[in-house]
Design a protein around this ligand. Structure first.
Ligand SMILES: Cc1cc2nc3c(=O)[nH]c(=O)nc-3n(C[C@H](O)[C@H](O)[C@H](O)COP(=O)(O)OP(=O)(O)OC[C@H]3O[C@@H](n4cnc5c(N)ncnc54)[C@H](O)[C@@H]3O)c2cc1C
Ligand SMILES: NC(=O)c1ccc[n+]([C@@H]2O[C@H](COP(=O)([O-])OP(=O)(O)OC[C@H]3O[C@@H](n4cnc5c(N)ncnc54)[C@H](O)[C@@H]3O)[C@@H](O)[C@H]2O)c1
Length: 465
């Protein structure tokens, strides 16, 4: 048994990394346990980084952003293959792993390779091919993330029936594809495959896609999806999936319909990585989706054992996971000064076109009886929108009718996830709609949308309110 650590972190994804680095900056002795061969978690290996790099490759090779200027037949590469997409993805993954490893090493974080499990409230066992070692810690942080949810009725085979971990295993680009699940993963991949010319059928059991986003924005996205020949089957639940003798795939719906395609992506949510942790040894229970309950400081029912990131559930974003890791680590060492406001956490959804938002939706404000008004700017009204060839984007500011405080910003269109941070900064600093009216923006930029939307909003409220 080695000396006592101040903190043992389990999992090297964004949540675990940030927690470990923060503790190390406080001068604490930290170890980070990772069971995979490489650091970075789902974020670098199978989730955020691969999917966003694949999207970039799709947009580039398909010439998607320039079709409105050079014509529908414009493309950078004639026959795009899965190998073309994987090439770029592997390059970025490797670089991100190198950067992360260097960062952890610079911060004197001791890496322990193997599967971590609890022995008791202060001891963690790490098991690898060489055997098991037990380590002692004053604080332990669980950042073990999630894996794709599975079903015995959906036989994932890595060829024609895949989950989001296996997208790049597809040998050939299918002609037709079924995507099950209209959550963020399902919708992002629907957009990518459809931009590659694949005929996609998207099946979602709820009446609309991405329920947590603003309805108007999702209606705009749905319009684009249909315009890209995506077939949307909403209010339909997939009951089982089978591979046919000819290699095609059939999804059997609860409504007794059948949908056939060359390949199927099963993206119906995620399951917490808790099975190997031996949580019973410390009396912590996870729910049916493997989520660990925590309090506002990310403490589990055992006060010096914390849990952060995807393993605690919504919103399950890399950005938020990092922040939770930082806050939990601060709390573990008695630092109450580190504050974080979930009301100002942004969402970036990398559909095509991109969606990004912060703050409340119109539906939430209506529910809460808040008197709000909206101001909208369309990319087509902005010179930069015309120059870039994105004439379908829009930016919506929601503000309080009386005091003009910004309550939410919702954007669909190119650059949405970057553009949103202007609205986020103004919201965080308590700014009002008038800020955008009185501010000079570079010209021509998409940022000008804020000014146009502010004028549009002001025109809708009476001067006497
Ligand atoms: C396809 C996809 C696309 C995404 N796109 C985005 C996006 O665009 N933007 C965004 O913000 N988020 C995105 N996400 C979500 C993002 O990837 C996650 O929120 C983030 O990775 C969660 O970080 P984490 O540290 O909690 O867990 P993870 O990144 O899952 O890392 C957990 C780590 O713990 C390790 N581990 C598990 N159990 C043990 C154990 N017992 N012992 C040792 N190690 C263990 C795992 O091997 C893993 O390395 C996406 C997710 C997916 C799947
Ligand atoms: N850009 C981003 O921030 C980003 C990108 C990808 C993933 N993520 C994160 O990854 C997490 C997981 O994403 P996800 O899309 O797998 O899960 P999800 O829970 O967001 O969505 C799953 C969807 O599948 C539907 N569904 C479930 N069973 C079904 C069935 N049998 N038939 C038809 N529909 C069914 C659900 O109604 C739901 O809408 C999310 O929480 C998200 O935050 C984030």
């Amino acid at each position: 048994m080695s000396s006592v650590y101040d903190l043992i972190v389990i999992g090297s994804g964004p949540a675990g990394q940030r927690a470990a680095i923060y503790a190390s900056k406080l001068g604490k002795k930290v170890a980070l346990v990772e069971m995979r061969e490489v650091v970075g978690g789902a974020c670098i290996s199978t989730g955020t980084i691969p999917s966003k790099t694949m999207r970039e490759a799709v947009l580039h090779l398909s010439g998607y952003n320039y079709k409105s200027i050079y014509g529908m037949n414009y493309r950078v590469k004639e026959r795009i293959t899965m190998a073309d997409l994987a090439f770029r993805v592997q390059h970025v993954i490797k670089t991100e792993i190198d950067v992360t490893e260097a960062q952890l090493s610079r911060n004197n974080i001791e890496m322990l390779v193997g599967v971590a499990s609890f022995e008791d409230e202060t001891h963690v066992k790490v098991t690898n091919s060489r055997g098991s070692t037990v380590y002692e810690a004053k604080n332990i942080l669980i950042g073990t993330g999630t894996k794709p949810a599975s079903s015995p009725k959906v036989p994932i085979n890595g060829r024609s029936i895949i989950n989001s971990d296996l997208v790049l295993e597809l040998v050939n680009l299918p002609k037709t594809m079924i995507i099950v699940g209209g959550g963020v993963i399902g919708v992002e991949y629907t957009c990518m495959f459809s931009a590659l010319g694949v005929r996609v059928t998207l099946i979602e059991r709820r009446p609309r896609l991405l329920e947590f986003a603003d309805q108007e924005i999702i209606e705009a996205l749905s319009y684009h999806l249909r315009d890209s020949r995506v077939t949307m089957r909403l209010n339909e639940e997939v009951e089982s999936v089978e591979e046919m003798p000819d290699g095609t795939v059939v999804a059997n719906l609860e409504s007794k319909k059948k949908v056939q395609g060359d390949a199927l992506l099963y993206a119906v949510g995620r399951q917490g990585n808790v099975d190997e942790l031996n949580l019973a040894a410390v009396g912590i229970e996870s729910d049916s989706r493997g989520r660990i309950p925590v309090d506002k400081d990310f403490r589990t029912k055992v006060p010096h054992i914390f849990a952060v990131g995807d393993v605690i559930g919504f919103p399950s974003l890399a950005s938020v996971s990092m922040e939770q890791g930082r806050v939990a680590s601060a709390r573990a060492f008695g630092d109450e000064q580190v504050l974080s406001n979930p009301g100002l956490y942004p969402y970036g959804i990398y559909t095509i076109p991109e969606i990004s938002f912060i703050g409340k939706t119109e539906e939430q404000l209506t529910e809460e009886d808040v008197p709000y008004e909206v101001g909208v700017a369309y990319y087509r009204e902005i010179a930069r929108g015309q120059i870039r060839g994105d004439t379908t984007g829009r930016l919506k500011i929601i503000f309080h009718r009386m005091n003009h405080l910004i309550l939410g910003v919702h954007i669909i269109g190119e650059g949405a996830s970057e553009l949103l941070h202007i609205g986020q900064a103004v919201m965080a600093l308590g700014g009002k709609l008038d800020y955008f009216v009185d501010t000079v923006f570079n010209y021509p930029t998409l940022a000008e949308c804020y000014k146009v939307a502010a004028f549009n909003g002001l025109n809708r409220v009476s001067k006497f309110e």
